[in-house]
Every structure is written in structure tokens, then in C-alpha cells.
Design a protein around this ligand. Structure first.
Ligand code: IPE
Ligand code: IPE
Ligand code: MG
Length: 235
């Protein structure tokens, strides 16, 4: 399907929510929903590449998600490891550069290896950049940035602190702030996601559960975005 939208966002980010409920509705284990959710990630990412979007990012696992039952966390990590290895050909065919952002020190060595390999293999691609936020939280990001900036300020007290300087310490340094944030499953909250970077982001909330969010739903969200008037405080 082609897309005929004039005002496309540069960076779209998605809070993928509702996998567990999707599975429960079908009388299945929650992990079944996570597996089906991977298909949605592929559908949305390949559509974004086709439509010429420059950045697509996904909130895959929050810092708070570490508090879920160990079995679910383990399955989720396994799924991500598997998907990263399996999807390498998709990334290469679609000229996608893959990146992972978050507190990677909390990941298993196996997963860290997969992350590193897939990122390195796709580093030369210059089409769509796809970012997975893994073991990430907005407050964690701001804190780690503040800590590193404070350290540099001690060595260079003349440094002028402004939003641009601070942004260079966030894990998203060099990545444009999201223009559009989509959250699925009917929840209307940000759940400690990119707090600093979403200052002027447009929000689209949909009741669709993540495993049902595919190309048609993505297109509808982009159409909704194209009708928004972004004023950035001006008139
Ligand atoms: C989103 O689906 C996936 C993650 C947060 C890892 P959920 O697992 O949160 O599904 P629900 O919200 O319980 O339905
Ligand atoms: C948000 O989903 C985090 C991710 C999608 C990774 P949650 O399901 O964890 O959010 P809450 O707990 O409902 O706010
Ligand atoms: Mg949820």
C-alpha cells in the first residue's frame, strides 16, 4: 500500500502495549501475545521504511518491567534475542540501521552480544533508523545524563549549560525528538518513557492492542498526525 500524506513525521515512536490482554482474550498465555507483537513490529517497521520515514522507535521493555514475574521477563528477553538474529536479513534488504538504547548493563551477556552484532552489521545502512528502547526509562536517562554532564562541568566550569548541551548526554543524542508518539491498548499515560524528548511530541492513543496494530492502523495514526497544527508556543 502506498501512502499519500504530505506532512510525514521524521521520528515516530510507539509504546507497544496490550500484548498480555490480547493473549488473555484468546485464552492463551501472555507470552503468546508478545510473540504476536513481534509481527507487528516487523509490519510497522517495513511500512515505515517503504514510506520514507527516517526514524522509528519502539518502547520494548521499561526499567519497571524488570519487576514482572521472572518467567515472563525471561521469555521476553529470549524473544528479543531471537528476533534480532532472525530479522537481520529484513534490516539489510530494507536498508535499516538498527540501534538499541537503554541500560544495557542489566541485559544478559547473550542478549548484549546479539544487540552488538545486529547493530554493527547494520551500521552502514542509511535508510530508516530503527531504535529499540530496552531496559529504558525516561527518569533513568535524565539521571545518567545529569551525572555525566556534572562530571564534565567539574573539569570545565565555563561550559554553558543549555537544552542542546544536556541533550547531548541523553542516550538519544543525535536522534531528533519524536514528532509523533503512538500508544496502543487504550492506556493514556507515558509510563516513564522519553520524558525530556517528548516535550513537543504529538500523541495518538488507540484502543487497538499491540498485536493487532499493523499497517492500516499505522497509516491511520499518520493521517491523524498530518491533521495536527504544531505551533510550538507560537501563534
Ligand atoms: C506490552 O504488552 C509489552 C511490554 C510492556 C513488554 P503488555 O505485556 O504490557 O500487555 P498488557 O498491557 O499486560 O496487556
Ligand atoms: C509500557 O507498558 C512499557 C512498554 C511498552 C515497554 P506497560 O504495560 O509496562 O505500562 P503500564 O505499567 O501499564 O503503565
Ligand atoms: Mg501493558
Amino acid at each position: 500500500m502506498e501512502l499519500n500524506i504530505e506532512k510525514l513525521p521524521v521520528h515516530v515512536t510507539l509504546i507497544m502495549d496490550g500484548n498480555g490482554r490480547w493473549a488473555t482474550l484468546r485464552g492463551r498465555e501472555r507470552v503468546f501475545g508478545h510473540a504476536e507483537g513481534v509481527e507487528s513490529v516487523r509490519a510497522v517497521t517495513t511500512a515505515a521504511a517503504r514510506w520514507g520515514i527516517k526514524y522509528i522507535s519502539f518502547f520494548a521493555f521499561s526499567e519497571e518491567n524488570w519487576n514482572r514475574p521472572a518467567a515472563e521477563v525471561e521469555t521476553l528477553m529470549g524473544l528479543m534475542c531471537e528476533a534480532m538474529n532472525k530479522e537481520l536479513p529484513t534490516f539489510m534488504e530494507n536498508n535499516i540501521r538498527f540501534r538499541v538504547l537503554g541500560d544495557l548493563s542489566r541485559l544478559s551477556e547473550d542478549l548484549r552480544d546479539s544487540v552488538e552484532q545486529t547493530c554493527r552489521a547494520t551500521d552502514g545502512n542509511d535508510g530508516l533508523t530503527m531504535i529499540l528502547f530496552l531496559s529504558y526509562s525516561g527518569k533513568w536517562d535524565i539521571l545518567q545524563a545529569a551525572e555525566r554532564m556534572a562530571h564534565d562541568l567539574i573539569g570545565n566550569p565555563g561550559l554553558r549549560v543549555d537544552a542542546a548541551l544536556f541533550g547531548n548526554y541523553l542516550v538519544t543524542a543525535g536522534i531528533p525528538d519524536p514528532d509523533l508518539l503512538i500508544r496502543t491498548s487504550g492506556e493514556k499515560r507515558i509510563s516513564n518513557y522519553m520524558l525530556w524528548q517528548t516535550a513537543y511530541t504529538e500523541y495518538v492513543f488507540t484502543d487497538t492492542l499491540w498485536p493487532d496494530f499493523r499497517e492500516a492502523e499505522f497509516r491511520a495514526a499518520l493521517e491523524e498526525y498530518s491533521r495536527r497544527d504544531r505551533r510550538f508556543g507560537k501563534v
